[in-house]
Write a protein that binds this ligand. Structure first.
Ligand SMILES: NC(=O)c1ccc[n+]([C@@H]2O[C@H](COP(=O)([O-])OP(=O)(O)OC[C@H]3O[C@@H](n4cnc5c(N)ncnc54)[C@H](O)[C@@H]3O)[C@@H](O)[C@H]2O)c1
Length: 286
């Protein structure tokens, strides 16, 4: 069902790789809600993924850009506003990648060149997008900018590696730039902290299926899906949330406020009973 929440709004969407991508689902919803926007991704991701299919569906174009490269971003923003016939009302940053995770380097054995790349791709790119948009005055008054993040910025989660540091930086950039852009042009900047979601980036995290199961058991409302995340982000792009800014907004079924749940405790208890049986067996043997 469409509410026309984004009727007449123009936007820029980073990070749709394939149908599983959170950015993909947000683009689909934005289109349903009446927005027009430009899609972008790296040339490699455009070849690997299926973004052209999404562009066709949303009646738009894809402009390639590596979000770590200032020249690419400058060209992207210039061409996008020209294509749309006006400035952006919303921008989505849905970008994350850790070369350390990809190469199997654990947090106590990071390669620092790769760490710089993780931070550049997953966090500093957000600053670059905002800085160029501001210099070009490419976002309209009362515009809305959202970046996707994860609770590993606040809590330590096994296996999330240097992406936790990247997310902490990303959330800080949203606050610092949110102050500047808010006072100057009433533009709001927020991060949405999403439940673990089975996507290409998510699947790269060590033990991801178990992490998803654990988060689901801990969350009173269960894990939030990519579609549900898209619905939430659309409200943030709409005029209904004009005074929400510089926030890290949890969209996680309640996970971030939990300490222990009945469903998680049950599994833990079953594990303990299993361990007790094993202990008993070894006692009988000795
Ligand atoms: N999947 C999850 O569990 C989860 C949970 C919370 C937050 N997030 C965040 O959601 C966002 C989207 O991830 P996703 O889960 O949809 O996975 P995804 O793999 O579909 O999307 C990641 C995107 O980042 C893009 N990207 C990588 N390097 C880039 C660069 N240099 N320039 C431009 N784009 C680049 C990729 O091409 C891809 O489209 C990420 O910020 C991720 O950290 C994901």
């Amino acid at each position: 069902m469409s509410y026309n929440l984004l009727k007449g709004k123009r936007g820029l969407i980073f990070g749709a790789l394939n149908e599983k991508s959170i950015g993909w689902k947000i683009a689909e919803k934005a289109y349903e809600e009446g927005a027009s926007f430009v899609l972008t991704n790296t040339p490699v991701s455009m070849r690997m993924g299926t973004i052209d299919k999404l562009a066709e569906k949303c009646n738009t174009i894809v402009i390639p850009a590596d979000a770590t490269k200032m020249n690419d971003l400058d060209n992207l923003i210039e061409k996008s506003t020209a294509h749309l016939g006006g400035n952006f009302d919303f921008v989505l940053h849905s970008i994350g990648m850790s070369p350390n995770v990809r190469k199997g380097r654990t947090y106590d054995d990071l390669d620092y060149n790769l760490l710089s790349q993780t931070l550049d791709i997953s966090a500093i790119s957000f600053h670059k997008v905002l800085q160029i948009c501001r210099k070009r005055d490419a976002i309209n008054e009362w515009g809305s900018v959202v970046a996707l993040t994860y609770v590993a910025a606040q809590r330590t989660l096994y296996g999330y590696n240097d992406m936790a540091d990247a997310k902490a930086l990303l959330e800080s950039i949203a606050r610092s730039f949110g102050y500047i852009y808010g006072r100057e042009k009433n533009i709001r900047i927020n991060t949405v902290s999403q439940s673990p979601t089975m996507t290409t980036a998510g699947g790269g995290i060590m033990g991801f299926e178990n992490l998803m199961d654990f988060a689901d058991r801990m969350s009173p409302l269960g894990n939030a899906t990519a579609e549900e995340c898209a619905n939430y982000v659309i409200t943030l792009f709409s005029d209904l949330t004009r005074k929400v800014t510089m926030q890290n907004l949890y969209h996680d079924g309640g996970y971030s406020s939990m300490g222990m749940s009945f469903r998680a405790m049950k599994i833990y208890n079953e594990g303990l009973e299993y361990r007790d049986v094993q202990d008993d067996k070894s006692h009988t043997k000795s």
